[in-house]
Design a protein around this ligand. Structure first.
Ligand code: SAM
Ligand code: SF4
Length: 331
């Protein structure tokens, strides 16, 4: 195996998020505009062979976990075949998926057979009308059917449900989602809304913080902190004091976890990003299509990781972000 991907701050990178498309069948308000989203030209999207090659290359440098994301990964044709290739790559111990769940019910059996190990389904509201208002599509029933289909695969446990929290929007959804964490076999994770929306409408006031969410839920059902499962985890774990279940809070804005970050991101058009918020990205597609060998691509990736900054700096009120929106990076 090649040398590990270590940055200038000693962080060793083990996890790669691969965006397999920037397209999506929903239009969540905190992610995409209602209309007029500009898509990456199809010719610039990585092919299955190119993704498989890059996963192999990263695995040879110590990447052990791949999370498939997007856009909506399930709109990419042939995803199970790609997952099979990723899962069969020497060194890759786990392939997971982040999805809105809408197309999941029909896809999950093939994905599990292909080696998919974990699923996160993004559902911001359990109320159909509120779900439709947030995602601009009336698809809660299909997303829940996707989750139910996952529950039939015990090997996928624990199932995680991602919910983005926004002040003035999400408050009515907080307790119903917390209740679901108590009654369903799901770990519900609240995520602070980040300035990664394509319409650029994010403001700091919109952030309903992890601390506020914990207080809202804890007042109804007391929560106690639980030990992290991994040092590099993005969410802090909390258990209900009565033992009824578990929740996570991904407080990227108010409680950044950059110091333990072990993640890299590959965009659907073959750019390597060392941070969700870095404006710098490193082209791998261009050199690959120009005939670069694995050694050359590995050197480009290593140099990019070596330049990774210490953190996103969002705590500074003067901080702004002008880079790509989340759907083009791969959340
Ligand atoms: N379409 C899939 C989905 O929604 O799960 C995968 C891609 S989506 C970009 C990945 C995750 O990022 C989702 O859980 C989504 O809710 C979250 N997300 C999108 N925009 C966000 C934002 N501005 N702030 C925080 N989380 C965001
Ligand atoms: Fe699509 Fe996921 Fe973005 Fe929602 S958050 S618009 S489901 S990519």
């Amino acid at each position: 195996m090649g040398e590990a991907l270590r940055d200038g701050f000693g962080r060793v990178h083990r996890s790669l998020r691969v965006s397999v498309t920037d397209r999506c069948n929903l239009r969540c308000r905190y992610c995409m505009p209602a209309e007029g989203m500009e898509w990456i030209p199809r010719a610039d999207l990585l092919t299955d062979d190119e993704i498989a090659r890059l996963v192999r290359l990263f695995a040879s440098m110590g990447i052990a976990a791949v999370r498939v994301t997007g856009g909506e990964p399930l709109v990419r044709p042939g995803l199970a075949g790609l997952v099979r290739r990723m899962a069969g790559t020497p060194g890759i111990a786990e392939v997971s998926l982040t999805t809105n769940g809408v197309l999941l019910a029909d896809a999950i059996d093939d994905l599990v057979a292909a080696g998919l190990a974990r699923v996160n389904v993004s559902i911001d509201s359990l109320d159909p009308e509120r779900f439709a208002r947030i995602t601009r599509r009336d698809d809660l029933g299909r997303a829940l059917a996707g989750l139910a289909a996952c529950e039939r695969h015990p090997g996928l446990a624990p199932l995680k449900v991602n919910a983005v929290a926004m002040r003035g929007v999400s408050e009515p959804d907080v307790l119903p989602l917390a209740e679901a964490a108590r009654t369903r076999p799901w770990i519900v994770r609240f995520i602070e809304v980040m300035p990664l929306d394509a319409p650029r409408e994010w403001t700091r006031d919109l952030v309903l913080s992890g601390g506020e969410l914990r207080a809202m839920i804890g007042a109804r059902w007391p929560l106690v902190p639980a030990a992290p499962t991994r040092a590099s985890a993005t969410g802090t774990r909390w258990r209900f004091a009565d033992g009824a279940g578990e929740m996570e809070f991904v407080a990227s804005v108010t409680e950044p976890f950059c110091a333990t970050c072990d993640r890299l991101r590959l965009t659907a058009d073959g750019r390597l990003r060392t941070c969700l918020f870095a404006e710098e990205e490193t082209d791998l597609l261009g050199p690959m299509r120009a005939g670069a060998g694995d050694g050359e691509l590995a050197a480009i990736a290593r140099a990019a990781v070596a330049r990774k900054g210490p953190g996103h700096g969002m705590a500074d009120p003067a901080w702004t972000y002008a880079g790509r929106p989340m759907s083009r990076i791969g959340g």
